[in-house]
Write a protein that binds this ligand. Structure first.
Ligand code: NAD
Length: 314
């Protein structure tokens, strides 16, 4: 049994709850911190303490961290929607920057040895017109969400230099898998699955000038994101790692593959691109493969996701 203790902010959310499961399986003592604004108590495994705290409240975050005494904080809690950030950039910054700084402040007052941060490869590099973006590609934050994530990455560097607080940045591609919220503004796999199973058409937001099968994205299975977080939590690890698959898939292809995995027919409608959405984003996965082995293929990941969705509707 390890004596390491992991606090997962956003632990009642989609990705955070998978990190908790993976950490428990590796023998970590784990707690979740979440204000339940997007997450659900039921996502937190039984026996795992949940601190119901808004990270915008520095005092509450400090109290939770002082109580649980984590050695590692996996910081997943965020305003995680690009479209919300476009509409409400101040709110986005309050959660993603000020809230994040509250987490770092609490970590400094406690015995936290490392922060693992959920950043975004899907948004931070801006348009990737061809090829893949690796960890050295220049950032081009196109939405307030991407900017707040990049700003927090910079704060992590500053906290490392100024206060010696160790950190790892994980830049996720588009994450999908069991427990993703179908009612949010992001999470196309979950949204499409719900629509497919209720016989509704899938809306493809066509790329503005190209008007074809929608945006091109790199879809990564949540299990790969969880194992990256666990590996990043201890020992030698790259300071920054893309968590993606280097494979591009259009929204239309995704809808077709998901329909196939669910064993239903897809009907499509087309609309124009949404504000803040990129046309193409694909991440280099060479470093991921070197550190963690191959990511799961989209076909296999969609199969697992479809099985889970089917098991929920029984
Ligand atoms: P999610 O919405 O399921 O999880 C986020 C969790 O944070 C929720 O449980 C929510 O209740 C909690 N939260 C939000 N605001 C909070 C606040 N002020 N105080 C405390 N808790 C708060 O989203 P997710 O997809 O699991 O995202 C997890 C992290 O991964 C986020 O940081 C997100 O930006 C990042 N990310 C996600 C993706 C993706 O494709 N899902 C891609 C790149 C990065």
């Amino acid at each position: 049994m390890r004596n390491e203790r992991m606090l997962v902010t956003g632990g009642a959310g989609f990705i955070g709850s998978h990190i908790i499961e993976a950490a428990l399986a590796q023998g970590w003592s784990v707690a979740a911190l979440d204000d339940l604004s997007g997450g659900h108590r039921e996502n937190v495994p039984a026996g795992v303490p949940l601190y119901e705290v808004d990270i915008r409240s520095g005092e509450s975050v400090r109290a939770a961290v002082a109580d649980f005494q984590p050695t590692v904080i996996s910081h997943q809690a965020a305003q995680a929607s690009v479209s919300v950030s476009v509409r409400e950039p101040v709110f986005d910054a309050e959660v993603n920057i000020i809230g994040g700084l509250n987490v770092l402040g609490a970590a400094l007052e406690s015995d936290v040895q490392r922060i693992v941060f959920a950043s975004t490869g899907g948004a931070i590099y801006g348009e990737v017109p061809q090829g893949t973006a690796d960890e050295h590609t220049a950032e081009w934050p196109y939405s307030p969400y991407a900017t707040s994530k990049l700003a927090f990455e910079k704060y992590l560097e500053t906290f490392q230099q100024q206060y010696g607080l160790d950190s790892v940045v994980l830049r996720y591609a588009n994450v999908y898998g069991p427990r993703q919220n179908p009612h949010g503004e992001a999470g196309v796999v979950a949204i499409f699955a719900e629509r497919l199973l209720s016989g509704q058409p899938l809306q493809i937001n066509a790329r503005s000038e190209l008007g074809d099968g929608g945006c091109l994205r790199d879809y990564v299975y949540v299990g790969d994101v969880a194992r990256a977080n666990i590996a990043a939590a201890s020992g030698d690890f790259p300071r920054r790692l893309n968590v993606g698959t280097a494979t591009e898939t259009s929204t239309q292809d995704l809808g077709d593959q998901l329909a196939q995995a669910l064993g239903v027919e897809a009907t499509l409608t087309f609309a124009s691109a949404r504000a803040g959405d990129l046309q193409r984003s694909v991440l280099d996965d060479a470093l991921f493969r070197q550190v963690l082995g191959a990511p799961l293929s989209l076909a296999e990941g969609l199969k697992r996701t479809a099985q889970w969705i089917r098991s929920q509707s029984l």
